[in-house]
Design a binder for this molecule. Sequence first.
Ligand code: GAR
Length: 194
Amino acid sequence: MLKNLSHLGILASGSGSNMEAIAHAIGNQAINAQIRVVIYNNPDAKVKERAKRLGIPAILVNHRDYPTREDLDRAIIQTLNAYQVDLVIMAGWMRVVTQVLIDAFSDRILNIHPSLLPSFRGTHAIDQALNYGVKIAGCTVHIVSLEVDSGKILEQAAVPILANDTVTSLQQRIQVQEHLIYPKAIANFLDQVS
Ligand code: GAR
């Protein structure tokens, strides 16, 4: 069943820098895969322009058009299937997924989160780390399960917090690491399941 896990579908809500890092890794043959489609939920998300520049189809599936999370997930599944996606990559996807999406792509949804999970799940992970006063932040790639930001961890990188860090400065250094570990995690994941 997991033989052809090389058609990626990216879910993104914002800038899309992780999507672009993954696209570059594919271009450099570090990942043996193809991004079939980018699905975004915010009409003005920058990821749309990045996808366009990279020649990747970008489809708006606006969560505001769906009464429930399950309805949104059904619309996402329809689009993923239309593009023959077999591995879903959440790259800055800011919607909580339901059992509907998880059942449709069982153990085939990956996510990146800007903390060293299991610390600081949910939104504003970087604010949480700074407010808590931890000295080491980071990022995590994991398999998506129903509970938010849980699921088997595939890859992590640590990022030391500096005395004068702000959310922006720390986020920038975390993203440098994200762009390294997400392509690596995807490549390893594909190696293991193929
Ligand atoms: C990334 O830093 C990712 O870790 C975070 O959103 C950012 C998206 O950046 N995701 C979450 O917070 C998920 N809970 P990008 O759009 O430039 O890839």
